[in-house]
Design a protein around this ligand. Structure first.
Ligand code: SF4
Length: 487
């Protein structure tokens, strides 16, 4: 797994409010030298034992700083030098967050390692480390952490520091985050003196690619389905829609799974579940998060489902989803109704309106052309995959779908959609009940027709169509265009 140099790890920590020892990064010889005393640290990705190799040195005079900077900047692969203030340290601690694959007593999640001693080699002296297991979906508060810590001075400040570390670890979907040492200063405050992070390249979201030095995949390398997702993102930019097809071949006999993993938590849990297993093969990586619309969820789902080798779809809401899960379930139901080759699904909803989402899928399950099983968010993907065998089929079923004719009520540009009204399904001409359920007031009823309120916005939630089909007479349907290649 690639590692981040310290100066980049500091940015991640800083973004989550972790206090750091003051430092300046120099990728060139600066015009104004830092004030002594400082520690000069060469920033070389992957370099270990920096102190022993002379890549970290204390500089107590301007001359030492100048010479040290020149020499370190000339090192091979050196991206720059971090000049960190030499602070008065009263006590040192060690802390790290790691992915934890679970054991007899603990579900998979994260583990916080802590030692009241810092310094070189502490991470290897496992017997002296306190381990605090934590959920990635429901991480502990500073208070929770404080109860677990040994009796040390300023324990609340320390617990707050560690809680922010966990928040950084989960927020950036890291695999390792270490601070060694955490220094306690004379006023009782805590700062990270040194830090490092490891990450999984494919877990880095596009918006964070610059922090992780992950080059965006070149257009030439992209598969047709990946290009389609890019096109969908371009037309409806709100929220992340990430899709990457596996470049590997499925092992013989493995169940081939198309995945729609929502948010970092869902993605991380799935990777922990399938890592090292050759009886389950993920055809793609995915991450849909950041409050994308139901329209966009539907379009991305259709791309994911169109992978010809797929036997099953696994969808996991993250458990702390920003995205409304009823909107997501509406997108799943629509995709299963309209796909020419729908997939049997294992669906785990977690977050806002998760009960409504599960109820919707349970209500429509009998009418679907494929088997669907729903799971509560406390069920981890490693329990979900036990159901793969019973639900996977070797041959995809085929179904025909063609949009039913009706009147074009109006079109929406962003997120793009056409709203079709079916007056024949509303012979009395009364206002259908779902109109009032539009969460933004965009959908209106006027002069016996469906209309759009120019002062409101459609958020593409699919609630109107879902309720029209579920509780009404199908008076309104929504057409969502797809790239032609999606089958
Ligand atoms: S019209 Fe209203 S209910 Fe329908 S998709 Fe748009 S925001 Fe949602």
């Amino acid at each position: 797994m690639p590692a981040l140099p310290e100066y980049k790890t500091r940015v991640l920590l800083e973004n989550h409010g972790v206090p750091l020892v003051p430092a300046a990064f120099h990728d060139l010889m600066p015009d104004i030298l830092p004030e002594p005393a400082v520690f000069l640290k060469a920033q070389i990705p992957g370099a270990t034992s920096r102190a022993g190799r002379g890549l970290v040195r204390r500089a107590s005079t301007k001359e030492e700083i100048s010479n040290g900077l020149k020499e370190l900047l000339a090192e091979d692969n050196c991206q720059g030098v971090l000049a960190a203030e030499a602070v008065d340290i009263r006590k040192e601690y060690y802390a790290a967050c790691l992915l934890d694959f679970g054991d007899e007593e603990n579900l998979p999640g994260g583990v916080l390692l802590f030692s009241p001693e810092g310094g070189t080699g502490i991470e290897g002296r496992t017997e002296s480390l306190l381990k605090i297991h934590f959920s990635l979906l429901n991480p502990p508060s500073a208070l929770d952490i404080g109860y677990e810590l040994p009796d040390v001075p300023h324990v609340y400040e320390l617990a707050d520091f560690l809680q922010r570390m966990i928040s950084t670890f989960i927020g950036y979907k890291l695999t390792v985050l270490e601070t060694n040492p955490i220094a306690v200063l004379p006023d009782g405050s805590h700062v990270a003196v040194d830090c490092r992070a490891e990450f999984e390249k494919h877990a880095v979201s596009k918006k964070n690619a610059h922090l992780f030095e992950v080059p965006e995949s070149s257009a030439d390398d992209s598969t047709p389905l990946e290009k389609m997702v890019e096109a969908i993102n371009a037309a409806d930019p709100a929220g992340t829609g990430f899709f990457r097809a596996s470049r590997k071949k499925a092992p013989d006999g493995a169940i081939t799974v198309a995945t729609n993993l929502c948010g970092g938590g869902g993605k991380m849990l799935w990777e922990m579940t399938t890592g090292g297993r050759d009886d389950i093969f993920s055809l793609n990586e995915s991450d849909t998060s950041g409050g994308l619309s139901g329209f966009k969820s539907y379009r991305i789902l259709r791309v994911i489902m169109s992978q010809p080798e797929a036997q099953v779809l696994i969808l996991t809401g993250s458990g702390m989803a920003f995205q409304n899960q009823f909107h997501l379930a509406s997108a799943v139901w629509k995709a299963l109704r309209e796909s020419p080759a729908p997939l049997p699904c294992l669906l785990r909803f977690g977050g806002t309106d998760q009960e409504k989402a599960m109820n919707l899928m349970d209500t429509v399950a009998e009418s679907l052309p494929v088997k669907v099983k729903t799971f509560r968010p406390e069920i981890f993907p490693n329990a979900m995959v036990e159901h793969l065998g019973e639900i996977a089929t070797d041959h995809r079923i085929k179904q025909e779908f063609s949009p039913e004719s009706g009147e074009l009520a109006f079109e929406v540009e962003t997120p793009p959609a056409r709203f079709i009204y079916h007056p024949d399904r509303n012979p009395d001409g009364n206002e259908p009940a779902f109109v009032k359920e539009c969460p933004t007031g965009f959908l209106q009823w006027s002069n016996g027709r469906i209309t759009a309120n120019p002062d409101a916005k459609c958020i593409g939630c699919l609630v109107c169509e879902t309720l029209s089909l579920l509780e009404g007479n199908g008076e309104l349907t929504i057409e969502l265009d797809l790239p032609e290649e999606v089958r």
